[in-house]
Ligand binder design. Structure first.
Ligand code: ATP
Ligand code: MG
Length: 346
């Protein structure tokens, strides 16, 4: 056994989901050890980091003048590379605080639309934080592994990951992405659509937190017999005074129509770009949905109705990317072994 192999036998692999909303870290054998918002609070002038994660999120909408809380990855692009690097190093160092027998290997799932420079910066940050080996992979690939899809199989699988800032729809076969389309639109736009609707129809200004609450509690994508209601509070756009309002699920569905249609159209477009043999596999196996946005009630039903292809949520949609990243090396090894044995038979 070579030194490398010996090393790997002892190391715990770490999977990181560097999401626009949440950052998750998974360690094989220990589970999800970090699950915090991708938020950093910095001093306005000096840009010195004062808080990261949950603590920083609490400052997001209520920061005092000299501190600003930012979401450095918002909209799926790295808006602020320096702050992003600091955030990555903070989370990873938190996990690596305890002494490791050998430095860990790390796989980081990132949105496929990030640039090569950003990708390298992410990789570099992980090395600086103490990783022995770093691999940056597309979050679709990670999500697929985390959703238990046998990605190295010679068959087509479609994965639709709806996150906070991005949605990625990919067709995977033999461990690679055959077709992939990413749009900068996800759960955040659902919240914004709700805010806009409440403002235009009811003259009420509500915060992002309230809109997200509405979405999670009574939000829905396909009509249901039962109509849910929820009371919200906001500021009257005309009088400037606080006011209450009752909203029902039919109205929330109307508000969400535009961003949801955009996602459905993207799925249809991706199906249209899929080679026929693989499309046949997808019709048989269905579209697997991951990411927090896939938890929107009835979205799976709507997608199935609109495309004619069955669609279902993965078991643990919010954790798939982190789990899949952590298991990436195992899958890759398995695939290499398979390929070797196939080669030996020839
Ligand atoms: N039960 C729910 N119903 C609807 N939406 C939900 C639910 N739970 C979480 N979300 C939404 O999921 C989104 C976050 O999902 P996720 O954590 O997968 O994003 P991310 O991985 O950080 O982002 P990205 O993949 O775009 O980088 C948020 O918009 C959140 O409001
Ligand atoms: Mg994600």
């Amino acid at each position: 056994m070579g030194v490398g192999r010996l090393f790997n036998a002892f190391s715990n692999d770490i999977g990181v989901d560097l999401g626009t909303c949440n950052t998750l870290i998974y360690i094989k054998g220990r589970g999800i050890v970090i699950n915090e918002p991708s938020v950093v609070a910095v001093e306005r002038g000096t840009k010195k980091v004062v808080a990261v994660g949950e603590e920083a999120r609490r400052m997001l909408w209520k920061t005092p003048g000299d501190i600003i809380a930012i979401r450095p990855l918002r909209d799926g692009v790295i808006a602020d590379l320096e702050t992003t690097e600091k955030m990555i190093r903070y989370f990873i160092s938190k996990v690596l605080k305890r002494r490791w027998f050998v430095k860990p290997r790390m796989v980081i799932g990132v949105p496929s639309c990030i640039t090569e420079v950003e990708r390298r910066a992410v990789e570099e940050s992980a090395y600086k934080a103490g990783a022995r080996e770093v691999k940056v992979i597309e979050e679709s690939l990670a999500a697929a592994i985390g959703a238990n899809i046998p990605i190295f199989e010679p068959a087509g699988h479609m994965i639709c990951d709806i996150g906070g800032g991005t949605s990625e729809i990919s067709v995977i076969s033999l461990g690679g992405m055959v077709v992939t389309n990413a749009i900068r639109l996800g759960g955040d736009e659902f919240d914004e659509a709700i805010m806009k609707h409440v403002r235009t129809v009811h003259n009420l200004i509500i915060g992002e937190g309230t809109a997200e609450d509405l979405k999670k509690k009574i939000g829905n994508a396909s009509p249901e017999k039962k109509i849910d209601k929820m009371e919200i509070k906001g500021t009257d756009a005309i009088t400037g005074l606080p006011r209450r309002l009752e909203i029902d699920s039919v109205e929330v569905r109307e508000a969400l129509q535009e961003p949801i249609t955009a996602i459905v159209d993207e799925i249809k477009r991706t199906l249209g770009q899929t080679p026929p043999e693989l499309a046949a596999d997808i019709v048989e196996r269905g579209i697997v949905m991951t990411g927090g946005g896939s938890l929107l009630k009835g979205l799976d039903i709507l997608i199935a109705n609109e495309t004619g292809v069955p669609a279902f949520k993965a078991e643990d949609p919010l954790n798939c990317v982190a789990l899949g990243s952590g298991m990436y090396f195992d899958h890759e090894n398995g695939a290499n072994r398979q390929a070797r044995s196939l080669y030996n038979k020839l």
